[in-house]
Design a protein around this ligand. Structure first.
Ligand code: NAP
Length: 478
C-alpha cells in the first residue's frame, strides 16, 4: 500500500472549490498525469457516478475507471479508481477556514500482489506526481489567476497563409490548442444566469450541457417547444441542475426576438452571459413572413435585437457581480467575404447561401467590435468566436458534400463548442472585449486585405441596424 497526502489553502468559499473538484471530469485540467477523461454514465455527480480517466505513466497509457463511493455536498468526496496495476482510493476533504477553505487530498494505492515488491521503488515517483497534481495543478486551477491570452506567434504565422489557417479549423487545430494553451476553468457558475440561443442541436447543445454541469442557471431560447422541453428534461436528469428554463422563439422573426427581450425584461433577472449561437445556412434565398431575407434576419438582425434589448439586464449583472459577457458565434466562412452594407439582405448578386451566411457573420463580427467600444464603460465584455469546422446536424444538412469530404477531420460538437464555454466561464476571458477567438486564442478577423471594410461602411452598418424600425416604417409608408 502507498499513501500520498497533500493539503492546500485556497482563498475561495468551500462551496466553489467543492463544485469544481467533485466533478472528476475536471481532473484533466489539473492532474499531472491525466490525458483523457470521460463520463461513463448519464447521472448527476454523486454516489455511483463513474468516470474513465486515462493517465500517462512511464509504462504507457493507463486507463482507470473511477467511481464516487461517498459524497457529502460541499465537504467530502471519496472515489475508487481501478486499473491494471492497482486500485486507488482518493479522499478529498474541503473545510472552510477564515480566509476561504482548506483542501486535503489523500490517495491510497493498493497494488496488485505481483507488484507489491516494486511498490517501494515507485513511491518517490508517485509522490512527485501527487505533489505536481495537487500543490501545482489543483492549486493553480483553484487560484484561477491566469493571464488573458494573446495571439501566439505560431498561430499568427499560420493565419498569414490561407491553407495553414484552414488546417486550424479541423480537429487538429483543436488538439494543438488543447495541448499547449488550455488553462483550467474553475470560476463558479452556480450564481450566474446564462441565456443561450440555439440550444437544441450541435454546438448549442454541447454548450448547454457543459454549463448545466457547471451549475449555471440557464435560459434556453429554442424555436421548437417539444424539442426544448425534451432537452430540459434530459439536462436536468443528467446533470442534476434544476435551474433550466425555456423561451420559445423563431429567431428569424424579429417580433419573436423582441418577445424574448420583453419576457426576460419583465422577469428582470440579471443576465451574466448572453450567447448568440442559433444559426443556419439557407438555400435558396427565401424571405420570412416579416419580409426579411432569412440569413440576414436570423444571423444578424436577430442577435442585434437580442443583444441591444437585453443590455439593461446585462448591465444589471455587471453592476451586481462586476461583469457580464456576450458571446457571438460567427464563422470562419466570414474570412471569404467583405461587408456589403448596401446589400445586407443579399438581393443584388446571384444568391448563394454560403455567401449570404458569411456576409452576415462578417457584419456580426463588426458589430461585436463596435459594441465592445461602445459598452467599454458598462462592465459588459463582448466577444465573437468561430468553432472551426464541427460535425453538427447543421453542417450535415446544409453542406452535405463538404460534410462527406471533411468528415474525418471535423471537430466533435464539444470541441467546436469549447471556446464558447471558455468565453462564458474562464475568468481571464472577462479581461478581453471586441475580439474573435478560435481555440481560446484571439485571432485575426481578416486572412487577406481584400475583405477589409472601410470606416464609412462600418458606420453605415451601425446606422442601419440602430435605425431599423424607423427605416422599415418609412419604407412601408412610401
Ligand atoms: N458547425 C460548424 O462547423 C460551424 C462553423 C461555423 C459557424 N457555426 C455556427 O455555430 C452556430 C451553431 O451551429 P451548429 O453547427 O451547431 O448548427 P445546428 O446543428 O444546425 O444547430 C443550430 C441551432 O440553432 C437553432 N436554430 C436554427 N434556426 C433557428 C431559428 N430560426 N430560431 C431559433 N433557433 C434556430 C437550431 O434549432 P433546431 O434544433 O430547432 O433546428 C439549433 O438548435 C451557428 O451560428 C453556426 O453558424 C458552426
Amino acid at each position: 500500500m502507498t499513501t500520498l497526502n497533500e493539503t492546500i489553502q485556497i482563498d475561495r468559499p468551500a462551496r466553489e472549490v467543492f463544485q469544481y473538484v467533485s466533478d472528476f471530469a475536471t481532473c484533466m485540467e489539473w492532474d499531472a498525469t491525466a490525458i483523457e477523461t470521460e463520463r461513463l454514465d448519464d447521472q448527476p455527480v454523486g454516489v455511483g457516478t463513474r468516470y474513465k480517466v486515462v493517465c500517462e505513466a512511464p509504462v504507457g497509457k493507463l486507463p482507470l475507471e473511477y467511481e464516487i463511493v461517498e459524497y457529502e455536498p460541499d465537504h467530502k468526496i471519496v472515489l475508487i479508481g481501478r486499473g491494471r496495476f492497482f486500485e486507488v482510493e482518493d479522499t478529498i476533504l474541503v473545510t472552510p477556514t477564515s480566509s476561504g477553505c482548506e483542501l486535503d487530498y489523500t490517495a491510497v494505492f493498493t497494488w496488485k500482489p505481483w507488484l507489491e515488491r516494486f511498490a517501494q521503488k515507485m513511491e518517490p515517483g508517485l509522490k512527485r506526481m501527487g505533489y505536481a497534481s495537487v500543490q501545482k495543478g489543483l492549486k493553480a486551477a483553484l487560484d484561477d489567476d491566469f493571464p488573458a491570452p494573446e495571439l501566439s506567434e505560431e498561430n499568427a504565422r499560420a493565419d498569414r497563409f490561407v491553407p495553414t489557417a484552414l488546417v486550424r479549423f479541423t480537429k487538429r487545430g483543436y488538439k494543438r490548442g488543447a495541448k499547449k494553451l488550455f488553462n483550467p476553468m474553475s470560476r463558479y457558475m452556480g450564481d450566474k444566469h446564462v441565456v443561450l440561443t440555439g440550444a437544441t442541436a450541435g454546438l448549442g447543445k454541447a454548450t448547454a450541457e457543459f454549463l448545466a454541469y457547471r451549475g449555471a442557471k440557464l435560459t434556453l431560447v429554442v424555436r421548437n417547444r417539444e424539442k426544448g422541453e425534451e432537452l430540459v428534461r434530459e439536462l436536468k436528469a443528467r446533470t442534476g441542475n434544476r435551474h433550466i428554463g425555456l423561451e420559445i422563439a423563431d429567431l428569424s422573426l424579429i417580433a419573436d426576438a423582441d418577445k424574448v427581450v420583453a419576457n426576460l425584461s419583465k422577469k428582470g433577472e440579471p443576465i451574466d452571459v448572453l450567447i448568440n449561437n442559433a444559426g443556419a445556412l439557407f438555400n435558396p434565398r427565401q424571405e420570412t413572413s416579416e419580409g426579411l431575407e432569412q440569413s440576414f434576419a436570423l444571423l444578424l438582425l436577430s442577435p442585434f435585437r437580442l443583444t441591444e434589448g437585453l443590455k439593461p439586464l446585462l448591465k444589471k449583472a455587471a453592476n451586481a457581480r462586476g461583469e457580464a459577457r456576450v458571446i457571438n458565434v460567427v464563422s470562419g466562412g466570414m474570412y471569404s467575404q467583405k461587408l456589403k452594407v448596401w446589400d445586407l439582405q443579399n438581393e443584388q448578386d446571384k444568391y448563394s447561401g454560403s455567401v449570404a451566411y458569411a456576409r452576415c457573420k462578417r457584419a456580426l463580427m463588426i458589430k461585436t467590435e463596435q459594441w465592445a467600444e461602445d459598452w467599454a464603460d458598462d462592465g459588459i465584455v463582448i466577444n465573437a468566436m468561430h468553432p472551426g469546422w464541427a460535425d453538427t446536424p447543421g453542417v450535415e444538412t446544409a453542406l452535405p458534400e463538404f460534410h462527406k469530404l471533411t468528415r474525418l477531420v471535423l471537430r466533435t460538437p464539444e470541441e467546436g463548442a469549447d471556446t464558447i464555454n471558455w468565453l462564458a466561464v474562464a475568468s481571464e476571458a472577462g479581461q478581453l472585449s471586441g475580439k474573435l477567438f478560435l481555440d481560446r486564442e484571439p485571432r485575426t478577423t481578416h486572412l487577406t486585405d481584400s475583405t477589409r471594410e472601410s470606416a464609412e461602411s462600418r458606420e453605415q452598418l451601425r446606422d442601419i441596424l440602430d435605425n431599423w424600425d424607423n427605416t422599415r416604417a418609412s419604407d412601408k409608408a412610401a
